[in-house]
Design a binder for this molecule. Sequence first.
Ligand SMILES: [Zn+2]
Length: 187
Amino acid sequence: MSNPMAISRQAGSLLEQARGLALAKFNADQSGKNKDKVCAVAISVVDSSAHFELFSGAPGYGELTGIVMGGGASKQSASQLITHKLTQFLGSEEGGGFSNEQITRHGYDAHGRGAMNCAEPKMYYLLKEHEAQTVRNWVVIPFNYTADQQLVYNAPCKNCRRWVYRHFHPLSGLIARAQKGPEAFEA
Ligand SMILES: [Zn+2]
């Protein structure tokens, strides 16, 4: 993956694939659309037929808890495990160095949610802890809906960009830059 033309073609095709997956996910969603709701899509660069989609906020937390319970855990222990691992990660330097208050209540972004309430940390947990995947082999591509019901690319927020670009595959950052410019990296 050293040829810039090939990289840009790969980024474009991943973006289109992810858009289709996010659209299908939003269309099947019963938990209600709102303009802050993000669907993060992760696609493997090793096998592009492998993908996952998760929502932000409580719906995403519920989805992830359900997946972990499918592995045999009770609801309470699944939820405790997710919260514990994500708090540990987001509090670490490589996870952005958030305080507990920033993790659960209010981080760096104007959206006012804690660092663990986004879709991206849930995807990180799903890939790393539940699927035992190398996160660096996965491109994360988030979307949301505008007020006029258009599905749009939604770059990682100011909480997530403290850690997302260095853990997921570098194409995640290239796509963010191509879609949003340098703004996608501003602290
Ligand atoms: Zn975020």
